[in-house]
Design a protein around this ligand. Structure first.
Ligand SMILES: [Fe+2]
Length: 391
């Protein structure tokens, strides 16, 4: 049998003399060697113990050499296979190589040639296995690095969200009329967007975009933002730049690009009468069209210095009236499909007056301490807030 220093070899041939000669020579070459006289026996021996190489005759009764090759490729893919053929069958031997045999040996066998061919076949298998292990290790490393990168990206996204929320909080401090407005509008938008079957990623971007819609007001001078009287045309033009300023601020952050589009277009109107670009219909991003409904809903149901808040039923009537003008009729339909207490509940939740009914929506910024502070006495509305949809 010999040692298995160089590998374990199975010889399969109906001719016992060929088996004997091969086993003798290969054992001398320090291979562990077994032999059998049929394909059936070979399959049984393979199932009992692993062989590094099979040397099989092509022509055998029952299971042929080609059958044995196919079974070996399927069940023991790491075993090298050498096919022995008579001269007339060389073409079949070549065909066997195409099917995965390492080599073919022409009978009568030259034992030196067999040993050399076996050495090459085993070396090739060893290299293949090494390559396979290397590839597997490489895949593991790539997988590990990918998950590390994902975690880092998530941390960065969270940091951006935190930073932008702090900015929005700073804006609330300056423009106290909007305190709680951004958060409510963001929650209203999410409800409508969910009713429109938006994807989780769309929901995330709509939540961010609607929450940050007025972030550009950071760039508007106090003399205009807090002016206790009607704005002049020139001042109004400055006020209207807040959409573009907000866009420039938010669009610098790659993962917020879709949210930035909502910031830029949040003052557009379905009929094309908004600003800054006068977009109409579906030219306006979906998130901004949803925002228009949510913003009006919040504006009507919030106190203003010049009027008390109206109820959600009044807001509903106004939104229906403006469908197709200010608002996309499809968004209005989604809004109307939701129970009316949805909005009141959100308003109370944001004000901290009621426990949340459900788990928090995706990536909605955390509650801002700014909203918990007591309301300062109402000031005169900035000119932009004198319409029905202030923000
Ligand atoms: Fe605005």
């Amino acid at each position: 049998m010999g040692t298995d220093n160089k590998g374990r070899v199975l010889v399969v041939d109906e001719d016992p003399e060929i088996c004997r000669l091969l086993v003798k020579r290969l054992t001398r070459e320090e291979f562990y060697c077994e032999s059998c006289s049929s394909g059936k026996e070979a399959l049984e021996l393979q199932d009992r113990g692993k062989f590094d190489a099979i040397i099989s005759d092509l022509r055998m009764a029952g299971i042929s050499g080609v059958d044995l090759l196919q079974a070996t490729r399927k069940n023991h893919p790491n075993s090298a296979f050498l096919m022995a053929t008579v001269e007339d069958d060389i073409r079949v031997g070549i065909e066997a190589m195409k099917q995965g045999a390492a080599d073919y040996l022409v009978k009568p066998l030259d034992l030196d040639v067999v040993v050399a061919s076996l050495g090459r076949a085993l070396e090739k298998k060893r290299l293949e296995q090494q390559l396979g292990n290397y590839r597997e290790r490489l895949e593991q490393i790539v997988q590990q690095r990918t998950s590390q990168l994902r975690a880092a990206t998530k941390r960065i996204e969270q940091t951006y969200d935190d930073t932008l929320e702090a900015l929005a909080g700073a804006l609330d401090l300056r423009d106290n009329e909007t305190a709680g407005h951004s958060r409510r509008v963001s929650r209203y938008c999410l409800e409508i967007a969910r009713a429109m079957n938006c994807s989780p990623e769309e929901l995330r971007q709509i939540a961010r975009g609607s929450y940050l819609h007025d972030i550009g007001k950071i760039g508007i001078p106090d003399s205009i933002l807090r002016k206790p009287a009607k704005l002049t045309d020139k001042e109004m033009a400055v006020m209207q730049t807040h959409a573009r300023i907000g866009y420039d601020l938010v669009s610098r952050i790659a993962f917020l690009a879709p949210a930035a589009e909502i910031v830029l277009t949040h003052q557009e109107r379905f009929a094309g009468t908004g600003y800054p670009q006068g977009l109409a219909g579906i030219e306006i991003p979906l998130g901004a069209r949803i925002f228009a409904v949510a913003d009006t809903l919040d504006a009507i149901t919030s106190d203003r210095p010049y009027r008390r808040a109206l109820g959600f039923t009044d807001a509903r009537a106004e939104i229906i009236r403006e469908s197709g003008r200010q608002f996309d009729p499809e968004d209005v339909r989604a809004y109307l499909s939701l129970p009316e207490d949805t909005w009141e509940n959100i308003r109370l939740e944001v004000a901290g007056l009621r426990l949340k009914r459900e788990s928090p929506p995706p990536v909605v910024p955390k509650a801002s301490p700014v909203e918990a502070r007591p309301k300062t006495p109402p000031k005169q509305a900035p000119a932009e807030a004198t319409g029905k949809g202030p923000d």
